[in-house]
Design a protein around this ligand. Structure first.
Ligand code: K2U
Ligand code: ZN
Length: 173
């Protein structure tokens, strides 16, 4: 089922998320809901804290046109990052309609546990590399605006506070 995506500022988006102890049916249902919510947004990635679950799990599918390639990463860890950096104009489903350039390693190796409980490891590049780093930041309570200067970050936060006030009013009506 679709889950509501939290909008910044929200304390749950700043929390250090807890490891997933065991891949239970509830975790599998959460992964399905996160993928459904991600495709509906639409986005190419989504982290559990963005739907209010402060657990270390993320989903990704950076395939634009072609066969979708949904991925579920449980307790992901970055084991290596390239010296070379890539700049990407990032957005975030928890900070709608705000974009800014963020520099990140162009390639990253990530180790994680899959829904089958098995360990997996892969080196990502391109949009996949940017996305997986953006999502793992979410698991550590970090947002892409934390890489910006204080003034730009504050301006974006103020815009989100206004948006939340307007959304709350429209629901009240
Ligand atoms: O975590 C999220 O908020 C989902 C982001 C992930 C993302 C941000 C920046 C760069 C890559 C991935 C959403 O997918 S934002 C929507 C989007 C769609 C296509 C390309 C980039 C961002
Ligand atoms: Zn995000």
């Amino acid at each position: 089922m679709l889950r509501p995506i939290l909008i910044h500022p929200d304390p749950r988006l700043k929390k250090l998320c807890d490891p997933v102890a065991e891949v239970t049916d509830e975790i599998r249902r959460l992964a399905d809901d996160m993928l459904e919510t991600m495709y509906d947004a639409p986005g190419v990635g989504l982290a559990a804290p963005q739907v209010g679950v402060t657990k270390r799990m993320l989903v990704m599918d950076c395939i634009k046109d072609g066969t979708p390639e949904p991925m579920v990463l449980i307790n992901p860890e970055i084991t290596w990052g390239s010296e070379d950096l890539n700049v990407y104009e990032e957005g975030c489903l928890s900070i709608p309609d705000q974009y800014a350039e963020v520099k990140r390693p162009a390639l990253v190796s990530v180790r994680w546990t899959g829904l089958d409980g098995k360990a997996d490891e892969r080196t990502f590049e391109g949009l996949w590399a940017t996305c997986v780093q953006h999502e793992i930041d979410h698991l550590n309570g970090k947002l892409f605006i934390d890489y910006l200067g204080p003034l730009k970050r504050q301006m974006i936060t103020r815009k989100m506070e206004k948006l939340k006030r307007e959304r709350a009013r429209s629901v009240d009506v």
